[in-house]
Design a protein around this ligand. Structure first.
Ligand SMILES: NC(=O)c1ccc[n+]([C@@H]2O[C@H](COP(=O)([O-])OP(=O)(O)OC[C@H]3O[C@@H](n4cnc5c(N)ncnc54)[C@H](O)[C@@H]3O)[C@@H](O)[C@H]2O)c1
Length: 256
């Protein structure tokens, strides 16, 4: 199997990040799973037990804390090597009406989803530059592309991630670092199970042409493609919606 070097997946202890970690291990990456939650990291270790000896490390990291990110990436270099691949999947979500959104919630959402993506992206890119190149995939959301009701804080944070992705792609291209984003539609993960009521689910299904939620593995395939220079060497600055057609659709027939 090709040795692709080291990749780090933030938020890799759960949901989309965990599915991406599984796929990257199978693709031959050495992998660092970074997460704030020790419980999630322990659960991830159990579900990634197919990893070969020396192929997997777990790091507790708060993406919104610069010192924690630097420490985590240093541990990664000491244990393995510097990173050539990064997936920024750590994030939080809340559905709150605009009028009810507190400044505290708005700031917290930006801090983890947007500032966290920036901090890990900058620190990883510095290391990739020294290695001669790499690839970064940020996980934004269709709520960062459209004005989904109840997503003032979440949508603003994810819209910021989309623009940050474009700026990073333009600025890091001379260093042979590609930067793309994936904008998932609804995906069956612990985050969504906690956030979506039955009524929310019905609303989503009525707006998704494929009439279903994605499995986390369906997002992982896109991340593997965007990290792999053999498949996507001329792709940078793109926001790839993996959303069952949500962002492309206009009116749809009534949901049965
Ligand atoms: N599930 C969906 O439908 C959906 C849709 C669009 C976008 N997304 C995005 O995909 C990403 C993953 O979401 P998910 O559904 O897999 O959620 P999840 O809750 O299953 O996983 C998120 C992980 O991020 C970790 N995390 C949270 N704050 C952190 C921090 N400060 N530092 C490090 N780790 C932290 C959590 O501990 C958790 O393990 C998020 O960025 C989310 O916004 C999800």
């Amino acid at each position: 199997m090709t040795d692709r070097g080291v990749a780090i997946v933030t938020g890799g202890g759960s949901g989309i990040g965990l599915a991406i970690a599984q796929a990257l291990l199978q693709d031959g990456w050495k992998l660092v799973v970074a997460d704030l939650s020790m419980d999630a990291l322990q659960a991830a270790r159990a579900s990634l037990d197919h990893a070969g000896a020396g192929q997997l490390r777990l790091v507790q990291m708060d993406v919104a804390d610069e010192a924690s990110v630097v420490k985590g990436l240093e541990a990664c270099r000491d244990d393995f090597a510097d990173v050539r691949g990064l997936v920024n999947s750590a994030g939080i979500g809340r559905d709150v009406a605009f009028y009810d959104t507190s400044v505290e919630l708005f700031r917290r959402m930006l801090d983890i989803n947007l500032v966290g993506t920036f901090i890990v992206g900058r620190e990883a890119a510095r290391r990739m530059k020294a290695l001669g190149g790499g690839a970064i995939v940020n996980i934004t959301s269709v709520s960062g592309l459209r004005g989904n009701v109840g997503r003032a804080a979440y949508g603003a944070s994810k819209g910021g991630v989309a623009t940050l992705t474009q700026v990073m792609a333009a600025e890091l291209a001379p260093d042979n670092i590609r930067v793309n984003a994936i904008a998932p539609g609804p995906v069956e993960t612990p985050l969504v199970k906690a956030m979506h009521s039955e009524a929310d689910r019905a609303t989503w299904l009525s707006h998704v042409p494929q009439r279903r939620y994605a499995a986390p593995s369906e997002i992982a395939g896109a991340a593997g493609f965007l990290l792999d220079p053999a498949l996507s060497s001329f792709v940078t600055g793109q926001i790839l919606a993996v959303d069952g057609g949500f962002s492309a659709a206009g009116i749809l027939p009534e949901f049965p």
